[in-house]
Ligand binder design. Structure first.
Ligand SMILES: C[S@@+](CC[C@H](N)C(=O)[O-])C[C@H]1O[C@@H](n2cnc3c(N)ncnc32)[C@H](O)[C@@H]1O
Length: 371
């Protein structure tokens, strides 16, 4: 904790912004279990004060009861991550901030404590979540402007709030809207969790808005795992739509000497998945659970139904590969990994992102070296 943020974290407890029923998320097991303040206030408080992410809404609100729902649709992020992102945001007194993804309102409250409630606008797509956050912020005495709307549009000039010195998104995106650049001041910072469709993980991009405000560009700072913006969710491919029964019999087969660990690294936060996603566009992958020493990793071409699978078996030197469809997805993934090795295995902060009116482009080392 850096001294500039310590007082805000001390004075603005996360517990004030959490609902009575919530679902702390265990990062190692991936499981969420309900905690009800009325039934077990001590456990509730322990989780509120822990460094765990806490799910606060399932299935866009179409969920009832204590059992977890299918998709978590609002949450309070890990406090250590909230802090890291605020540190990356690097706010200064007098600055105006736009937050996308109000959630519980806690992050907006921390910013309001630091900069004054009138300096923060926060946009939340879910009406019930927005109303709850607005109420919690008012009750706490930090009446931030909470806007119910689609944060993809920002909160623009018509509302006479822009330009902002800082934009912070607390949901993940695949496509950063140019509206955020247009609504920022020159030299402003846009901090956004950004990922491809390769898998659900992201890294935070710290984009600095150019003097002419026609683009924003900067490196990735750290790997993160966010729920994505509603309209940009990571949708798991439906396996049977790609690989009908018996399809493996007609697929091309080959063998690879690439090891499972070389393909997957240490899991979702490893840079290898991020790098492969940048190099192999429009491809999603899923990793099967290991069964009896056998693990399959599947690749799905989003636009043309190409698919591939590599099957690793414990103790074997080579893994069998099946590929089908117009693209040879495994060949692409293997080539992408070779490229990453040739670039001396760059980590997150050698990669960066530029956003302008034409869209977004990821790069390695400098904006003129697109990936
Ligand atoms: C991880 S939570 C945000 C955590 C929050 N900053 C806090 O302090 O509790 C992500 C939020 O983004 C919201 N969201 C998703 N898509 C959005 C969109 N298009 N515009 C605004 N908010 C969106 C979700 O409803 C959810 O509440």
């Amino acid at each position: 904790m850096s001294p500039d943020w310590a007082k805000s974290f001390q004075d603005v407890p996360r517990s004030h912004f959490l609902p009575d029923v919530m679902w702390p998320h265990d990062m190692t097991t991936g499981l969420c279990v309900a905690v009800d303040k009325r039934q077990d206030p001590q456990a509730w408080q322990r989780y509120a004060d822990s460094d765990d992410p806490v799910v606060t809404q399932w299935d866009d609100g179409a969920h009832d009861g204590h059992e977890p729902g299918k998709v978590f649709s609002s949450s309070s992020s890990m406090p250590s991550l909230v802090f890291s992102m605020l540190a990356d945001l690097d706010v200064k007194p007098g600055q105006r901030v736009l937050e996308i993804g109000t959630g519980t309102g806690w992050n907006a409250a921390l910013l309001a404590h630091r900069l004054g409630a009138g300096s923060i606008v926060t946009v939340e797509v879910d009406g019930a979540v927005a109303a709850r956050a607005r109420e919690a912020l008012e009750r706490f005495g930090l009446p931030v402007e909470v806007v119910h709307g689609d944060g993809f549009l920002g909160y623009g000039a018509g509302a006479q709030r822009a330009p902002y010195d800082r934009v912070i998104a607390t949901c993940g995106l695949r496509k950063v809207p140019f509206a955020w650049v247009e609504q920022s001041s020159a030299g402003g910072v846009i901090l956004v969790p950004w990922g491809t469709c390769y898998g659900p993980g992201e890294a935070t991009a710290r984009l600095v808005v150019a003097e002419d405000r026609r683009s924003a560009s900067g490196p990735f700072t750290r790997p993160v795992g966010f729920m994505r913006m509603r309209s940009q969710r990571f949708v798991r491919p439906r396996h049977d739509e790609y690989v009908p029964a018996g399809a493996e019999e007609t697929a091309d087969t080959s063998f690879t000497t690439l090891r499972e660990a070389e393909l997957l690294g240490t899991g979702g936060f490893d840079v290898i998945g991020f790098a492969l996603g940048l190099r192999v566009p429009g491809v999603a992958h899923t990793v099967d659970r290991e069964r009896e020493g056998r693990r399959a990793v599947w690749f799905y071409g989003r636009s043309d139904r190409s698919w591939a699978v590599v099957v690793f078996r414990a103790g074997r030197e080579e893994a069998k590969v099946y590929q089908s469809g117009p693209r040879r997805l495994w060949d692409e993934v293997e080539a992408a990994r070779r490229w990453w090795v040739e670039q001396e295995r760059p980590s997150f902060n050698r990669f960066g992102l530029t956003v302008d009116a034409d869209g977004g482009r990821a790069w390695l080392d400098s904006p003129d070296n697109p990936v």
